[in-house]
Design a protein around this ligand. Structure first.
Ligand code: NYM
Length: 221
């Protein structure tokens, strides 16, 4: 009988709007995996620690200006910096939990508009630099209305943290979600933290326990 190839670990992405509690839930998921005996790799984009990440950080804090296309490509390059680490980790059996990924790249850049309200960057142009990145096995999209975000103290000080922008980003995430099919799970992030945590855990636990069959797939190929 042919020997079965070992199953690999899952790549889990948490995406969402600003103020959706995404970062808190990513940390909770990582901690819960650890408590239940699974050491995962936790990553976050933008990864502000690298040279590219520092340029992005400065741009987001409005400490520097960059061309819209240039900064979009930096966000993507920042993911490519970790692509082989992600793939190696999954093959070695260590799950990867990731706070934001290529979907944020497309939705945020694609939601920038000129003074007439027209998109500055075409959707397909925004997607192309991320084609071929390791594809997640599951994406949780943390959805929240601008009203709920306001109840949580409103948006922060960084670039993009404005209601009109967040509404466009939200529509764009919904569009990507429809294209992604079953990999995409929309989470009502306006609820109590414990409820949200439970919903995420219900889907992650079996995925981690059973592992994933087949090689790491590639985004949009
Ligand atoms: N963002 C994030 C992008 O515009 N493109 C990307 O590719 C990524 C990963 O950075 N408002 C934006 C979305 C956020 C901002 O993210 C910083 P965070 O999770 O607040 O550090």
């Amino acid at each position: 009988m042919a020997s079965q190839s070992p199953r690999r670990a899952p790549f889990i992405v948490i995406e969402g709007l600003d103020r959706s509690g995404k970062t808190t839930q990513t940390s909770r998921l990582y901690a819960r995996l650890k408590e239940t005996g699974t050491q995962a790799n936790l990553i976050k984009f933008p990864d502000r620690t690298t040279t590219i990440g520092q340029m992005i950080d400065s741009y987001l804090r409005s400490a520097s200006e960059l061309d819209d296309r240039a900064v979009h490509l930096l966000f993507s390059a920042n993911r490519w910096e970790l692509a082989s680490m992600i793939e190696k980790s999954l093959i070695a059996g260590t799950p990867v939990v990731c706070d934001r990924y290529a979907f944020s790249g497309i939705t945020f850049s694609g939601s920038k508009v000129n003074s007439e309200g027209e998109p500055l960057l075409p959707f397909e142009w925004c997607r192309s630099p991320d084609i071929g990145l390791p594809a997640p096995d599951i994406v949780f999209f943390f959805d929240i209305t601008p009203e709920k975000a306001k109840e949580r103290g409103g948006y922060g000080e960084e670039r993009y943290e404005k209601e009109e922008m967040q509404l466009r980003v939200r529509d764009s995430f919904h569009r990507i979600g429809r294209e992604m099919g079953t990999t995409w799970v929309t989470i009502d992030a306006g609820r109590e933290r414990d409820q949200v945590e439970q919903d995420v855990w219900k889907l992650v636990e079996p995925l981690v326990k059973e592992g994933v069959d087949g090689p790491v797939t590639k985004l949009w190929t």
